[in-house]
Design a protein around this ligand. Structure first.
Ligand SMILES: *[C@@H]1O[C@H](CO)[C@@H](O)[C@H](O)[C@H]1NC(C)=O
Ligand SMILES: *[C@@H]1O[C@H](CO)[C@@H](O)[C@H](O)[C@H]1NC(C)=O
Length: 365
């Protein structure tokens, strides 16, 4: 009996060590930092398996430059938002999501400015439970490699430190006062295939976590943030809520889609097409007017453009067929969006193996 018992204790101890090295004491999504006075220099101060937080959360006029490592993002309106993108040119999101930095549409947030020519069409939507911005982009101009199918950023991640690690998001969208910000607890930002979607769920609403679902990282914007964004159109709309990502109804029966494990290979078929909710009261804008401050901002000199003309890659759906996005930019092998992070996977299987030893020991005893 003794050897078995000590094997159990050793295994439990090992498991706790692995746990401690991987997970923060408090998950990022459980941390509350009122803006501006409660924002710390770094939301994540630990040095765990994925290392330390790359940048900082206190962002100001000193940090506002094209090398900024600001990791505080804002999602306020069609002309005022920051999306997450790589810090170094020609990066693959799946390899760098833990270190993404804020790329902003306006000066004043202490992050990098989105270079001129990046934003090619946007739809801002405000619904009862969330605000969302979706758009066509030239992703190379915010440091993504041409052709990268991208990934998902959210405040969870396999190790609960978020992607980016320590990334914080705020919005003035629910306070009724442009100077009063709410910390967005549940959000997701997919970027890849020259497309992005960023949804921030109102933390005062019961279903914030469901609308900002974070586990469907391989099926992209068409399933996580169905929308009507069109290339060449910049519009702000009101809208109905989407269905919860992954939940679909056939013949009156609601079903929940479960993303298959990566070991089963690429996702080549989907059992449903996500319903695009109705939008209304759309107001269109001139991008030259609302993004005047970006006109003089160039991408990093070492960026490899997506093509000689600088336009979006051919995998991008055209504006005339928004529904075809389900089969192109996401949801299929052609555009499956996957955040595969080698470090996470290794860490997680380490834990599973260790716990496996614990369980076999228990079983044998
Ligand atoms: C500006 O932000 C930097 C980086 O977070 C910080 O070190 C510095 O103290 C800030 N400056 C002010 C005046 O808050
Ligand atoms: C608040 O921001 C919105 C969006 O930028 C703008 O349209 C509105 O005029 C602002 N309100 C005030 C009072 O500044």
């Amino acid at each position: 009996m003794f050897p078995t018992v000590s094997l159990i204790s050793v295994s439990v101890a090992l498991a706790s060590v692995v746990w401690a090295q991987t997970f923060p004491a408090t998950p990022l999504a459980s941390k509350s930092f009122p803006w501006p006075t409660g924002v710390p220099y770094q939301a994540d101060t630990e040095n765990l398996v994925r290392g330390r937080q790359t940048g900082y959360n206190i962002c100001n006029s000193t940090t506002q430059n094209q090398d900024s490592l600001c990791q505080t993002s804002f999602i306020n309106s069609i002309d005022d938002f920051c999306i997450w993108g790589p810090k170094d040119p020609n990066s693959v999101v799946g390899d760098t999501e833990g270190e993404a930095v804020a790329w902003c549409s306006k000066p004043g947030h202490g992050g990098r400015l989105i270079p001129e020519g990046t934003l090619k069409g946007l739809q801002w939507t405000r619904t009862p439970d969330y605000v969302q911005i979706v758009g066509h982009i030239d992703q190379t101009r915010i440091n993504m490699a041409a052709g990268d199918f991208g990934g998902e950023m959210d405040p969870h991640g396999a190790d609960l430190r978020g992607n980016p690690i320590g990334g914080l998001v705020y919005s003035n969208g629910w306070s009724g006062n442009n100077d009063s910000y709410t910390q967005v607890i549940e959000w997701h930002n997919f970027v890849g295939n020259n497309f992005f979607c960023f949804k921030a769920c109102d933390p005062s609403k019961t279903n914030a976590a469901a609308f900002c679902e974070h586990t469907l990282d391989r099926i992209g914007c068409a399933y996580n943030a169905p929308n009507n964004a069109q290339e060449g159109v910049f519009e702000a709309c009101q809208g109905e809520n989407q269905d919860f990502p992954g939940v679909y109804t056939v013949n009156g029966v609601a079903t929940t889609y479960r993303q298959p494990p990566e070991s089963l290979g690429a996702i080549t078929t989907m059992p449903y097409t996500a319903r695009v909710p109705a939008s209304s009261n759309c107001v269109t804008y001139s991008s030259a007017e609302i993004f005047a401050a970006l006109a003089s901002v160039s991408p990093d000199a070492s960026v490899t453009p997506s093509s000689s003309s600088g336009t979006a890659s051919t995998s991008q759906p055209t504006s005339s067929a928004p529904s075809s996005r389900a089969g192109t930019s996401s949801g299929t092998a052609a555009g499956a969006i996957e955040t595969g992070n080698g470090a996470d996977i290794v860490v997680m299987s380490g834990i599973v193996t260790t716990l496996g030893v614990v369980f076999s020991a228990l079983f044998l005893s």
